[in-house]
Write a protein that binds this ligand. Structure first.
Ligand code: IMP
Ligand code: MG
Length: 178
């Protein structure tokens, strides 16, 4: 275990088992379709990389870069696009791949933005859900795990851009927060 981590909340094995199961479910639900998996940078990248290899369908991937203002452990909900989608999404079945839903403000903004690109459908797939923290309701079709309202890192999630490469989800030691 990394020495900045005080506790592992979700192990690497639990993550990989859950993603295999989710991949099967998405494969069944999108049978005869060819979804576009839209990963939200940067946190959603690790989840996308694992999940896409568990989906047995023709699919495309795309990236949407967003930055939300706020300090490093809280979102403001004011989102700025840092990288827009390049491929034509008209008439496509979009599946948003996000690391975590917390207040729901970011995903709300992202869904509105993607809706303007005239897709056939939009569904949301999150790796983690902090159910208690929600300020704005978002319809979540797929999720891996519910977690308590605590700040976590690993598996794509960062604290000040660090710890995204940890293969598990954990909580940082208090002394790490500046
Ligand atoms: P929301 O707009 O409050 O739902 O925030 C979602 C975004 O905040 C995520 O995409 C993450 O980038 C970030 N975030 C929320 N909670 C955590 C956390 O516990 N660790 C790391 N990033 C988080
Ligand atoms: Mg994010």
């Amino acid at each position: 275990m990394h020495n900045a981590i005080k506790e592992i909340l979700i192990s690497q094995t639990e993550i990989q088992n859950k993603i295999r199961e989710l991949g099967k479910q998405i494969t069944r639900d999108y049978k005869d379709k060819s979804p576009v998996l839209i990963s939200i940078l940067k946190g959603g990248v690790v989840f996308l990389a694992d999940l896409m290899r568990q989906i047995e369908l023709p699919l495309e991937i795309e990236f949407l870069g967003v930055e939300s203002y706020g300090d490093s452990t809280h979102t403001s909900g004011v989102v700025q696009i840092t990288k827009d989608c390049k491929i034509d999404l008209t008439g496509k079945d979009l599946l948003i791949i996000e690391d975590i839903i917390d207040t729901g403000l970011s995903l709300n903004y992202i869904i509105d933005l993607l809706q303007k690109k005239n897709p056939r459908s939009i569904e949301v797939c999150v790796f983690l859900d902090k159910v208690e923290a929600r300020l704005k309701e978002v319809d979540i079709k797929y999720k891996c795990f519910d977690i308590p309202n605590k700040f976590v890192v690993g598996y794509g999630l960062d604290y000040a851009e660090n710890y995204r490469n940890l293969p598990y989800v954990g909580m940082l030691r208090e002394e790490i927060y500046k």
